[in-house]
Write a protein that binds this ligand. Structure first.
Ligand SMILES: [Zn+2]
Length: 361
């Protein structure tokens, strides 16, 4: 009690002075970003398209598995469906950027590479890098500068396929672009010939594009959920966009019965056959339920780009039909870098093996 009353005395005696000190002192400061301990040199901020609640634990394990960053990965949840991905080397972050789109539970990761001064909680996340195939580009227009111009029309030009102008003839050229997911996808581009006033269309097909709306062309919702449905009479609804804008897996329809089909040869004992059947159930193609080098299924001497596509096709075979769910095929694009895919330039190819691994797991 004695100490308590003494304390009160001191308060009464010095209270005014202390109060004055509190009011006069202090510092005048501008609000600063709190140091959250991340290295802005190698950071991505991302959200998953159309995702509700994300299981952060599960997601970070899956992304680490897909990305296999040589120097490691740290994931921090910044908010609801907002994540910071800290890498520790330029190679690791470049591989992830070059390999997009990435998915977790069939939801695309929309990300942004942080720059000095960016607030990771308020950066705009509406950009997605995609490969686009350019069809019907007439002779005389198949040049790097035309590809670049078209890329900047589709979105923002990022890269051109190194095999575009190799000697192997291909029906299409490929360009990598950054598209704004708030804007309708472009279907085609009109190109006029200066020499004779004629013109032609260059048509676009998007590789591994997420679900997009056939009514408004915007990524992120299907036509059933298009806002236009609510302000347009049903008879006036048009669908100018469609599955024709998507690069379809060519072998899908042929192989979906593989799970039940037999070779016709005399097979092993029923015991062994049963086990095989069970093993293939996870992936009807049997194209690899476990991690396999991405070149494992490609012994033919076709150029690497084609190998990647071949690999992709077989992988997607295990998916449900594209028509049934426009987002289905992309869901498994969650690509990866198997050790063999080690170079940045090889990153976009053959990612489906990773997807299969995911599928199996
Ligand atoms: Zn729509």
């Amino acid at each position: 009690m004695a100490s308590s009353s003494a304390h009160r005395d001191i308060e009464e005696e010095f209270g005014g002075i202390m109060l004055e000190d509190e009011e006069m002192g202090g510092l005048s400061l501008a609000a600063e970003e709190e140091d959250e301990g991340f290295d802005v040199r190698w950071c991505l901020v991302g959200r998953f398209l159309n995702a509700g609640v994300i299981d952060t634990q599960e997601m970070q394990h899956m992304m680490a598995f897909l990305w296999k960053p040589g120097k490691g990965l740290y994931v921090k949840e910044l908010g609801k469906n907002l994540f910071l991905f800290q890498f520790y080397h330029e190679i690791d972050i470049q591989r992830v950027i070059a390999g997009s789109p990435w998915t977790f539970e069939r939801k695309q990761l929309i990300f942004h590479r942080l720059r000095e001064g960016d607030n990771p909680r308020s950066v705009c996340l509406n950009k997605l890098d995609l490969w686009v195939q350019l069809f019907d580009l007439q002779h005389g227009f198949r040049s790097q500068s035309v590809v670049q111009s078209i890329g900047n029309y589709v979105g923002r030009f990022v890269d051109s396929d190194i095999n575009n102008f190799s000697r192997v003839w291909r029906e299409f050229l490929r360009v990598r672009v950054t598209v704004d997911i708030d804007q309708p996808l472009k279907r085609r581009m009109k190109i006029s010939r200066k020499d004779n006033n004629e013109w032609f269309w260059v048509n676009f097909k998007y590789e591994q594009v997420p679900t997009f709306c056939f009514i408004c062309g915007i990524i992120g919702h299907s036509e059933r959920f298009c806002p236009k449905l609510f302000d347009t009479p049903l008879e006036d609804i048009e669908k100018p966009y469609g599955v024709f804008m998507r690069v379809a897996p060519r072998r899908q329809k042929n192989l979906i019965g593989a799970q039940w089909l037999r070779s016709g040869k005399v097979e092993q004992t029923s015991h062994g056959a049963g086990r095989d059947a069970a093993g293939e159930a996870a992936t009807p193609t049997g194209a690899g339920t476990r991690p396999t080098p991405r070149h494992a299924d490609s012994s033919s001497p076709i150029p690497e780009t084609n190998l990647g596509r071949t690999s992709r096709d077989s992988a997607v075979t295990g998916a449900r039909s594209v028509e049934e769910d426009p987002g289905g095929v992309q869901g498994r694009s969650g690509a990866d870098f198997s050790g063999e895919a080690g170079t940045v330039s090889g990153v976009n190819l053959g990612r489906e093996n990773r997807a299969l691994m995911k599928e199996g797991g």
